[in-house]
Design a protein around this ligand. Structure first.
Ligand code: GLN
Length: 483
């Protein structure tokens, strides 16, 4: 059952080949079996899942099934879940039980999906390796000595290891695409504003975007369908008709214009990764696509710009964790200042503190113009690079990540090295564009992800381009661990 795609699961449930309860029990048993090895979950909602599965079975019997009725799913622990712990990977929220559902969570419930639990993640989504989680690192199912990527590493590892057929993630600078690449699955970061951020714990509000992780583009289309659409409770949500993401998956790609940014194939790219990406692109060529070199001249500025903008926004967003209203509070504070200082000092981990300090500095009087304002100006230049590129090509392709999964601990003490893991993904967030990472092959036994970037609201096209590749290749069907 765990090797079936979401598409097949929906069909099998409708045909009553097995029940939603059978499915939930099967996956819950796998989660339990692999938890010690992978650490991909923070919370497993065993009893709620079985109750939801029974309710799904009743809906199916009554002929009243929604598009995902009975399909198991896991949510990144950044999405608020009514009555269920929502930690965001932090000690600060270790005792926090959300009093409401995030819009994404509510929509999955409405579509009939059965939540099995909440997945592990880097603390407040700050990281590229899952090593900043208060709950310990997630392990990569392809090699337990390696990282799964981050920050949605728990979701990616769980999907790759077939502990759940699909999961949600969030992507501020690469956190859906990079772990999808490192774990050998498919992950889509939608256009900014397509998926509601209501109830999604904020890291950098102008960059954060929720999206799906699954094994195939076809499954991501089904998950995105449930997630996308206007939400009056999110002021940056865009009021625009949501297309049918599954309808155009099979469209032929003849004449599709693919741009390869020369900046994405230069120094810093692992030769083994480059070889896999080049082969994937040759595959597209052989099915009738036109490939041309393009330039995104300001690419080199994306990481520095991001590490001003994201920390600035995070320092403001995380000011709410003061030990007063909710979240972690220190023992026996001697006065109010001591309460703030120790609650924040003890509740946040090192990486989160680093970001808050950088952000507070960049926003402080006297430095605002030099850092934050300047970063916003360069952000516009980065955005314009893409605008120009999309006048010449339909999609942009390149590696998702410069290397395959690195070893646990390898970059943990070198923040700059860690920050460079997202060198090819960050510009997409700065420009608010959609991007998808799909399994493109292996290097030394580890998966390599191909990134496909589209113009705003071109998710359907990205899914089509990804799906056609998955019909020609079987990389997305490879499984890392014993079944
Ligand atoms: N790795 C990047 C960071 O640490 C991106 C994280 C993300 O997309 N949430 O900020």
């Amino acid at each position: 059952m765990h090797n079936l795609s979401i598409k097949r699961l929906v069909e099998a449930l409708r045909a009553k080949k097995f029940s939603s309860r059978d499915l939930a029990e099967h996956f819950l048993a796998r989660i339990e079996r692999f938890q010690e090895r992978l650490n991909s979950f923070i919370t497993v909602t065993h009893d709620q899942a079985l109750a939801a599965a029974d309710a799904a079975d009743q809906r199916i019997h009554a002929g009243d099934a929604g598009p995902l009725t009975g399909v198991p799913i896991a949510h990144k622990d950044i999405f608020c879940t009514d009555g269920v712990k929502t930690s965001c990977g932090s000690r600060m929220l270790d005792s926090f039980v959300a009093p409401y559902d995030a819009t994404v969570v509510a929509r999955f419930k409405q579509a009939g999906a059965v939540m099995l639990g909440k997945t592990n993640m880097d603390e407040f989504a700050m990281g590229s390796s899952n090593e900043t989680s208060y709950y310990g690192p997630v392990k990569n199912p392809w090699d337990l000595a390696r990282v799964p990527g981050g920050s949605s590493g728990g979701s990616a590892a769980a999907v790759a290891a077939r502990l759940v057929p699909g999961a949600t993630g969030t992507d501020t600078g690469g956190s859906i695409r990079q772990p999808a690449a490192l774990c050998g699955i498919t992950g889509l970061k939608p256009t900014y504003g397509l998926v509601s951020r209501y109830g999604m714990i904020a890291f950098a509000s102008s960059l954060d975007q929720g999206g799906p992780l699954a094994r195939t583009a076809e499954d991501c289309a089904l998950l995105l369908q449930a997630m996308a659409g206007f939400d009056p409770r999110d002021s940056t949500s865009i009021d625009r008709a949501v297309p049918d993401y599954s309808a155009g998956l099979d469209k032929p790609l003849d004449g599709l214009r693919i741009g390869l940014p020369k900046e994405y194939f230069g120094e810093g790219l692992d030769a083994g990764v480059a070889r896999v990406i080049e082969e994937a692109i040759a595959g597209y060529r052989s099915i009738g696509c036109e490939v041309a070199e393009i330039s995104l001249p300001n690419s080199g500025l994306a990481v520095p710009v991001y590490y001003v903008v994201a920390p600035a926004e995070c320092s403001s967003n995380l000011a709410r964790y003061d030990g007063v209203r909710y979240g972690y509070r220190c023992e026996d504070p001697k006065d109010l200042t001591d309460l703030y200082k120790r609650s924040r000092g003890e509740g946040f981990g090192a990486e989160v503190k680093r970001r808050i300090m950088i952000g507070t500095y960049a926003l402080s009087a006297g430095y605002y113009d030099a850092y934050y304002l300047k970063a916003q100006q360069v952000r516009r230049l980065i955005s314009n690079d893409f605008k120009r590129a999309f006048e010449q090509v339909d999609v942009i392709m390149g590696p998702t990540s410069p290397s395959t999964a690195f070893r646990l601990g390898e970059k943990a003490n070198d923040p700059v090295k860690m920050y460079l893991s997202d060198i090819y993904t960050i510009a997409v967030n700065l420009a608010g564009l959609p991007g998808i990472s799909i399994p493109a092959g292996f290097h030394d036994g580890l998966p390599v992800g191909l990134q496909i970037i589209g113009n705003h609201f071109e998710e359907a096209r990205l899914l089509n381009v990804a799906h056609k590749f998955q019909q020609e290749t079987d990389w997305h069907t490879r499984a890392p661990m014993e079944a």
